[in-house]
Ligand binder design. Sequence first.
Ligand code: NAP
Length: 296
Amino acid sequence: MTNTAQTQSHIIDGKMLAEKIKGDLKIEVDAFIAKGLRQPGLAVVLVGEDPASHLYVKNKINSCKKVGIHSVLKQLDKDVSMEEVKDCLRKLNEDEAIDGILVQLPLPKHLNEEEILDIMDPSKDADGLHPYNLGSLVQGKPGLRPCTPLGIISLLEHYKVELSGAQAVVIGRSKLVGKPIALLLMEKNATVKVCHSRTKDLADEVRKADILVVAMGKGKFVKADWIKKGAVVIDVGIHHERKADGMSLIYGDVDFEPSAKVASLITPVPGGVGPMTVTQLLCNTIYAYKKRMGLN
Ligand code: NAP
């Protein structure tokens, strides 16, 4: 991304909004403490040595500190058994000081992700990925929602994007992003089409979108000439590339520079959706805390 693009007003600033929300959360947490209530608590379960996962977890724990959430890191060996992970979650379910639990994904291959998430108390599911919470999303009932989709809705609302009646296209149908963002957009009265690897003419579908959410995990796949003039483009993809000079390059699923000339609003990578994901994890922890404390 060039500096010119960065300074353009139609580049969505996820970092700025994430900082603002964290500031608001800190005020809220300070008020709980001033009333003599306990601190909200988030536990993060991290299995194995994956450097990217370690970095994400460090970032989440630092963010907790910034807003006054007490955080606990449960670091488990890469060869840990299913039973040991489940035991760890059972203890956190019972822990009165913990309001939110997050299992950092992906888990090593020998662990069954679904079985592990099922063990978690749904009222402490800070990532909103427990079947109970995904079910409540489908039913349109209140509950904990997956963080990245929540962050996207927050960005769209902050930038006053009209969702009701808009034609939205989502590329990707994962449990983490594609499916929940499609449901949340539908909840906001957008007309939603979900595309995936078997979609026949992806470019043609994208051309119809007033709002385009791309979560496909394919770097710079979506081209500028697929995008309708004036569309709002949300790029969820994150790709890291180590260049020959040792510098690292980060980019998304959308070919950003040319697409920014066509879109009316567009998220950069980095600095768009990513910072909002971590912030929504904090929002979910506070939501769970307030429910447990009878504050909402
Ligand atoms: P995922 O589980 O791998 O899902 C990718 C989706 O894209 C699938 O539904 C797949 O279709 C679809 N897809 C793949 N190739 C396609 C193609 N050529 N045409 C149309 N659809 C295609 O990925 P995910 O977990 O949703 O994540 C997507 C990206 O977002 C990744 O880069 C990930 O790192 C990033 N991400 C970022 C954040 C953040 O905070 N910024 C959070 C989560 C994820 P099929 O279902 O048919 O296979």
